[in-house]
Ligand binder design. Structure first.
Ligand SMILES: [Zn+2]
Length: 151
């Protein structure tokens, strides 16, 4: 089982923010770009091209989930834009990096990679996770996780 499938099945990880219908949100251990998080699909697929016609439900959840969390991030971190990247070279389980960007960064007009990692503690990750979870439900108070499909 891949490391993201294991992470999805694990309880109490300090980076855990919230489980949405299509994917689960985690705070990245590097906060070079404040507010950087990750969205991990709740099902093991390697990339978007693996979504088959019968996976329409997943495609819809993915789009809805990403839209909601982008709006939350933008408000919570008051960033100027959010880079959205799906790589998967290191961990071939469909996931997106959501990377808030700020115009006052020295490299704002460039890709966020490579960059020097600014690692934070598990406690700091948990604080960001809690704050984003609260902000999510302020913005989307009626959101209900349906627990329809998982790994
Ligand atoms: Zn996996």
């Amino acid at each position: 089982m891949c490391i993201f499938c294991n992470l999805l099945l694990k309880d109490g990880d300090p980076s855990f923010i919230l489980k949405l219908n299509g994917g689960t949100l985690y705070v990245n251990h590097s906060q070079t770009y404040p507010g950087r998080i990750m969205y991990v699909l709740n099902k093991h697929l390697t990339d978007v091209s693996d979504l088959a016609d019968e996976d329409d439900w997943w495609t819809e959840q993915l789009g809805g989930d990403i839209r909601m969390i982008l709006k939350v991030l933008k408000t919570s971190f008051d960033c100027d834009r959010i880079d959205l990247a799906s790589l998967g070279n290191e961990v071939p389980h469909l996931h997106f990096h959501l990377i808030p960007r700020y115009v006052n960064e020295p490299n704002f007009s460039e890709s966020p990679w490579p960059h020097k990692k600014k690692l934070i503690s598990k406690d700091a990750q948990a604080k960001i996770a809690e704050s984003l979870r609260n902000d999510f439900f302020k913005m989307w108070p009626d959101y209900k996780y349906e627990n329809i499909k998982t790994v």
